[in-house]
Design a protein around this ligand. Structure first.
Ligand SMILES: NC(=O)c1ccc[n+]([C@@H]2O[C@H](COP(=O)([O-])OP(=O)(O)OC[C@H]3O[C@@H](n4cnc5c(N)ncnc54)[C@H](OP(=O)(O)O)[C@@H]3O)[C@@H](O)[C@H]2O)c1
Length: 234
């Protein structure tokens, strides 16, 4: 059986690190981390290696995912080095206040590129591969037989259904993103790919009993492992 890879787009010290660490400790030998800042990626790589242990192999790519050419180049490199992912975890977003009507339309377009354009390009690139993993999993003669667990998971929030006017830009791009993931779920869950959202329905804090990164990761893993539908709400 080939080594399993988790691709994390939007690696950071909060939800990103907690989900990546738990998922890697449960299932993945290879982890690919994408975020803009090289120094922050180095810290994430060290934290994940420390938490998971020497069995995990972490590669990092410092890319702004709104630069689709740079994103494609990084993923070409990762795919060639360790193979395509069995699970894609999309976690990138920019949390920035947006006031009516000081907020420039270019800022909305930038947020749409993060949350929708980059996500669509990732789906275009990897969902056909995830479908083939699912089909091979059902084939008793395949090396992936009953072992593959193809996933395409996206961190979302309550904003799509409950927008906040002071965060109207993030609210609207998250709504568009959720809608895209719902369409992908409708089309590809029947093909055996677990497509869905980790709906973190409020502010995250280490002190919050529910919405702390470790609990969010634990709930997300239980949901993913149990293949329990389109979303988990935390
Ligand atoms: N934190 C909360 O209270 C909360 C609540 C509900 C939902 N959420 C959702 O949870 C997700 C993030 O979780 P988090 O807040 O805990 O953050 P996190 O996991 O600590 O980090 C997310 C990372 O995404 C990266 N990123 C942002 N824009 C990017 C871009 N253009 N290209 C590449 N990488 C990019 C950032 O790294 P770089 O700066 O290095 O690029 C950032 O560190 C988001 O989808 C957010 O909407 C968060």
């Amino acid at each position: 059986m080939s080594a399993r890879t988790l691709l994390v787009v939007g690696s950071g010290p909060g939800i990103g690190r907690a989900v990546t660490t738990l998922f890697a400790s449960k299932r993945y030998t290879n982890v690919v981390l994408v975020a803009r800042r090289a120094e922050s990626l180095a810290a994430e790589k060290a934290a994940i290696e420390h938490a998971v242990g020497p069995q995990v192999n972490v590669r990092t790519y410092a890319v702004d995912i709104t630069d689709l050419a740079a994103l494609g180049k990084a993923l070409d490199d990762a795919d060639a080095a360790i193979g395509k992912p069995e699970c894609v975890f999309f976690n990138a977003a920019r949390v920035l206040p947006s006031a009516f009507f000081e907020h420039d339309v270019k800022e909305i377009e930038y947020d749409l590129k993060i949350t929708v354009s980059a996500l669509y390009v990732l789906a275009q690139r990897y969902i056909p591969h995830l479908v083939s993993l699912a089909k091979a999993g059902a084939d008793p003669d395949s090396e992936h037989s009953s072992s593959a667990k193809p996933g395409f998971l996206v961190t979302s929030s309550a904003l799509p259904l409950e927008p906040i006017p002071q965060l109207f830009a993030l609210s609207l791009v998250k709504a568009a993103q959720r809608n895209l993931v719902q369409s992908l779920h409708m089309a590809y869950a029947p093909e055996g790919v677990h497509v869905g959202v980790i709906n973190v329905a409020g502010a995250v804090s280490p002190d919050d009993l529910e919405r702390n990164p470790a609990n969010i990761a634990a709930r997300a893993w239980d949901w993913f492992e149990g293949l329990r539908g389109f979303e988990v709400v935390i």
